[in-house]
Design a protein around this ligand. Structure first.
Ligand code: PRX
Length: 635
């Protein structure tokens, strides 16, 4: 039996049991058989959740790019590694072979070195979905620099916060980007962001849209001439298993974004293993994940997981609605995509359009469909299953997080019977627990509780960059000796898990995690605003949308409320990005507060959900009278 590729349900249970009985042996066998090591480990795992400290494969030496690129050169050098489908369907797709990828990553790595980047330095990458994005990520890993990719939809303020937090020395960006019919001035956003970033020495600029941009002398450099000059040889930096690989920011319920730090060996093994099994990946498959590399899904399942398996991974620069709503399916037909991985929000938005957008394309290449990022509702699940998968491609509803590095709960296609809205069973090596509010584990089936993981898995984030205490407080303090996910879940009669949603103040909008605090901070910057509170409410495409309750400083504020709403959304766009804009903004005279001054979001949430019957006891509030006035004025 090969642990690496599970083939039957029975084998899944056997492998799962083995992974629990002896996790170290389980992962060690996988590591031994499937990866290239410069030196083997002394110890598979040591951990202490009370600190918390987690170390996998200590003593091992490796470079992840050697595993993702070099070792494929002999056997699949001419195979397409990255297949780039551009925004504009009339532009030709680019096929980058493993050999070509090797050359381009080495050249890029040499450019980084020549520009002063060394092992351990942080490099911020703010690029659209063009080849340079994947290549720069790999180039950093080649020389041991720590990449921190910031999704190129984030605003300049959000970008500068992230650059300053990790003290990046360099930003890699482009002159602009295409998104559907729009072009975006990325370099302008970078210029604005780094006005407040003293740590940045160099900005490398890839050319994408050929626009006139400002280049600051001694700081900004066009990338292409440097690449043209650079050598094609770059020996990989030999890294320790636990050396940092990347930082990726994710929103918390309070405070600034958290820079989740992922390390090298465990992350590599886990993403490779889960990619292989969850997509039932076979050598000649064409795999496409529609996420952006700016999110963890793109890191783990566009770049590292697929390349570690020598796969062909599609990168798509555009959007699902351009030039029309058939774009995804046109690409599936054109490249004969076998595995297709997307977010429920994309499915819901396409399900609203005419079926003809799907039906006109030949989707018979598809073998596995995946979803990630938020719960998938039953209607969207069936639409996906019926119209895209034609009821013959299993749907893998994969639950995981930026913090987990890789998928944690998911069916294995053709093995685990699927059930709409259920992520089903934990993957091998993942030991889950549902906890009650008193901190006790809830055993048995047909129960629900707070979802925790009770044993380390190789790709878990090791810390929050620069704030280990926050890492401990956020993930390891709610329940003793367990990693707390922040999600609620239920376990059905056969042990399948269904994620019920966040139990904290994180709201998932269109699959993107948004913390309420930074949005409220942004709103409060508006000169007319005294205070604000954000909650989520159900939305048929986005899953959740944002509802803002805003108190104005001057109650008699005479300005047009619609203009104020636009200004508030403008401020949010500037501080965070358009993804955090509010769908509804209600101006109110007060917010319900406890006697200690805490905003009772529970009540606001119920009002936004229009669930007025069970608001609970409001009489103990500091200001019970505002509740009725908020109800009366609700939108
Ligand atoms: O609430 C869960 C939800 O997304 C959160 C993690 O978000 P992020 O770190 O941005 O990573 C998203 C991509 C891995 C989780 O805490 N979530 C993710 N996948 C699912 C999900 N909720 C329900 N079902 C899923 N399949």
């Amino acid at each position: 039996m090969s642990n690496y590729h599970v083939k039957t349900l029975e084998e899944y249970f056997q492998v799962y049991r083995k992974s629990v009985r002896n996790p170290e042996l389980f992962w060690e066998e996988i590591a031994e058989e499937h990866f290239v090591w410069r030196k083997k480990w002394n110890n598979v795992l040591s951990y202490d959740f009370s600190k918390p400290e987690i170390k996998w494969f200590e003593g091992a030496k490796l470079n992840i790019t050697e595993n993702c690129i070099d070792r494929h050169l002999q056997i699949r050098g001419d195979k397409t590694a990255i297949l780039l489908e551009p925004n504009n369907p009339d532009e030709r797709a680019e096929h980058i072979s493993y050999k070509e990828l090797h050359k381009r990553v080495c050249k890029f790595a040499n450019v980084l070195k020549e520009n002063g980047i060394k092992k351990g330095d942080r490099v911020c990458i703010y690029l659209p979905m063009i080849p340079e994005l994947a290549i720069s990520v790999l180039a950093c890993a080649r020389i041991g620099a720590v990449h921190s990719v910031v999704f190129a939809g984030f605003s300049s303020t959000a970008l500068s916060t992230r650059i300053n937090d990790c003290e990046a020395k360099m930003v890699i960006t482009s002159d602009g980007s295409y998104r559907g019919a729009k072009t975006i001035d990325l370099k302008g956003i970078v210029d604005e962001a780094i006005e407040s970033c003293e740590c940045i020495d160099t900005v490398l600029v890839a050319k994408r849209i050929d626009s006139e941009i400002n280049m600051k002398e001694n700081r900004d450099k066009w990338l292409q001439p440097l690449l043209d000059e650079a050598s094609e040889n770059c020996e990989p930096e030999i890294m320790d298993a636990e050396d940092p690989l990347f930082i990726l920011y994710t929103s918390g319920s309070t405070g600034s974004p958290k820079g989740m730090l992922h390390t090298t060996a465990g992350y590599m093994i886990y993403t490779a293993y889960t990619f292989k099994n969850v997509f039932n990946y076979k050598e000649n498959d064409v795999y496409w994940c529609t996420a952006d590399i700016g999110w963890i899904t793109g890191h783990s399942y566009i770049v590292y997981g697929p390349l570690a398996n020598g796969a062909t991974t599609v990168m798509f620069e555009g959007v699902p609605s351009y030039p029309d709503f058939g774009r995804f399916w046109e690409i599936v037909e054109k490249h004969k995509v076998n595995q297709f991985y997307t977010a429920p929000t994309a499915i819901r938005s396409l399900a609203k359009e005419k079926l003809d957008f799907v039906d006109q394309y030949d989707l018979s290449s598809l073998k596995v469909l995946g979803t990630v990022g938020e719960p998938i509702n039953e209607e969207a699940w069936h639409w996906y299953n019926d119209n895209v998968g034609k009821k013959k491609s299993p749907i893998v509803d994969t639950w995981w997080q930026t913090e987990t590095g890789g998928m944690m709960i998911s069916p294995m296609p053709y093995i685990t019977p699927t059930k709409p809205t259920y992520a089903t069973l934990p993957l091998p090596g993942v030991q889950l627990a549902l906890m009650d509010e008193n901190g006790e584990e809830i055993k048995g089936n047909q129960v629900d509780g707070r979802l925790c993981v009770k044993y380390p898995w190789p790709s878990m984030a090791r810390t929050i960059w620069g704030n280990h205490q926050r890492y401990k407080d956020t993930y390891f303090s709610a329940f003793e000796n367990k990693y707390f996910t922040g999600d609620g879940a239920l376990r059905d009669e056969v042990g399948y898990y269904r994620i019920t949603g966040r139990v904290d103040d994180v709201i998932i909008v269109s699959g993107h995690n948004l913390g309420t605090a930074p949005i409220e901070d942004a709103i409060n910057e508006h000169p007319a605003v005294a205070e604000s509170a954000i909650v989520g409410f159900p939305h048929d495409v986005k899953g959740n949308a944002l509802y803002g309750y805003v108190i104005l400083k001057d109650v008699g504020e005479s300005r047009n409320h619609d203009n104020l709403r636009k200004e508030i959304n403008q401020i949010i766009t500037e501080h965070i990005g358009p993804i955090a804009k509010l769908n509804k903004i209600q101006f109110t005279v007060g917010l319900p507060k406890t006697r200690s001054g805490k905003i009772m979001r529970r009540i606001l949430r119920k009002i936004a959900h229009n669930e007025l019957d069970n608001l609970g006891d409001v009489s103990t509030l500091l200001n019970p009278e505002v509740v009725q006035s908020i109800i009366d004025d609700r939108l």
